[in-house]
Ligand binder design. Structure first.
Ligand code: ADP
Ligand code: MG
Length: 379
């Protein structure tokens, strides 16, 4: 747990980088410091492990004032990862990862074991990479080693300053996904700095949005997107905040049972009747083994003898864990505007449509309004 109370930082030249910052990061929580360049994110983060001194206020780690620790000791117990990682070029990968374990005087064997374990955790084969030098790695691999190094001595807390900032977008997105999987396992308490709203929404349990040294809003991503506190937040999250919010949901959270499904060997005339009765224009067609094979339009049935002749194979399908923003863009690209959600074997799990997504967003909004109202009544 990390708690900042009335924290101020004024640099010697008079720059007021952080003003009256109050914030708590619960144990196991991923907190993102977000805001435009120069708003005080890095300064705030570096005060937690005393790489920068506080001008006034208090910071507590697990209810202990950070000033009561020896600064070196404090830093060794807080993992730290930054942009361009700053791996030591003259040290091998495993020695880089073992930096803190070495300082903590772990046995050589324990250091090696730990480096191996962490390389595996970040998806790099130890037998290939342990003895390489940083210059022999790609940017993405270096960044993975940087993350592994920050976890070296298994600290409870991680500070990460734009750790994926200098990486191409595709590798970056992959590293983000991988890191989220790792975090689901290791459940560290994380303070993560970024200026990228998309990254913040994707990664954070909570987002601390800062402006000119002050905390403007501290909320979970959905609340930040649905209820921006003021004009600054609204502008920062962007006019497409509803679209951005879609990434917080997965297809399986929202999909519905398909209203009508059709077996490949059914009689077309009866199918047409069923579809007209339920007022559906498109139905999902499944094969003998219940696997989804395509769509059929009631208009196309007319006098056809078999469904086989007229069904249309799908252009795209999604899985239960496809984020809703991706699902929506697949739907926009597809001719029928409806998306089949399939399991790994191609069996049908459900269906998504524009109406389903719109209804879901409407519900979210009214639920949040109720909550806001309820909490307003209490106070
Ligand atoms: N060592 C320093 N001396 C003086 N001003 C600094 C120093 N470091 C940062 N600043 C200033 O403090 C403000 C906040 O900086 P920083 O915390 O690095 O912002 P961010 O990480 O949000 O981009 C900026 O105006 C920056 O120029
Ligand atoms: Mg910074």
């Amino acid at each position: 747990m990390i708690r900042l109370e009335n924290v101020y930082k004024t640099y010697p030249d008079g720059t007021e980088a952080v003003k009256d910052l109050n914030l708590e990061i619960s144990k196991g929580e991923f907190c993102v410091f977000l805001g435009p360049s120069g708003c005080g994110k890095t300064t705030s983060m570096k005060m937690i492990n005393r790489l920068i001194s506080l001008t006034s206020g208090k910071i507590y780690v697990d209810d202990k004032d950070i000033m009561s620790f020896n600064p070196n000791e404090l830093r060794r117990n807080i993992g730290y990862a930054i942009q361009n990682i700053g791996l030591f070029p003259h040290l091998t990968v495993w020695e880089n990862i073992a930096t803190v374990p070495m300082l903590k005087k772990w046995s050589k064997q324990k250091q090696l074991d730990r480096a191996e374990e962490l390389l595996e955790l970040v998806g790099m084969d130890p037998s290939v990479f342990m003895y390489r030098y940083p210059s022999e790695l790609s940017g993405g691999q270096q960044q993975r080693v940087g993350v592994a190094r920050s976890l070296g001595a298994d600290p409870d807390i991680l500070l990460m300053d734009e750790p994926f900032g200098a990486i191409d977008p595709i590798t970056r997105s992959k590293l983000q996904d991988e890191f989220l999987k790792i975090q689901a396992k290791i459940k560290k308490t994380i303070a993560f700095v970024t200026h990228d709203i998309e990254e913040a929404i994707k990664m954070g349990d909570k987002i601390a949005l800062m402006k000119a040294g002050r905390l403007v809003q501290y909320d979970d991503p959905a609340t930040l997107l649905t209820y921006p506190k003021d004009e600054f937040v609204r502008n920062f999250v962007g006019a497409d905040r509803v679209l951005k919010g879609l990434r917080l949901y997965k297809a399986k959270d929202v999909m519905k049972e398909p209203p009508v499904t059709v077996k490949i060997d059914e009689d077309p005339a009866r199918v047409k009747k069923r579809m007209e009765e339920s007022n559906t224009k498109w139905s999902m067609v499944t094969d003998e083994k219940d696997r989804f094979i395509g769509w059929i339009a009631s208009d196309d049935i007319k006098g056809s003898k078999s469904i086989k002749e007229i069904y249309k194979p799908p252009t795209v399908t999604a899985g239960p864990d496809t984020p809703l923003n991706e699902a929506l863009s697949m739907m926009i690209n597809s001719t029928i505007g409806t998306l089949a959600i399939l399991d790994e074997d191609g069996k049908m799990l459900g269906v998504l449509s524009f109406d389903i997504i719109r209804d879901m967003l409407g519900q979210e909004e009214s639920e949040q309004q109720k909550e806001t109202k309820a909490s307003g009544e209490k106070s």
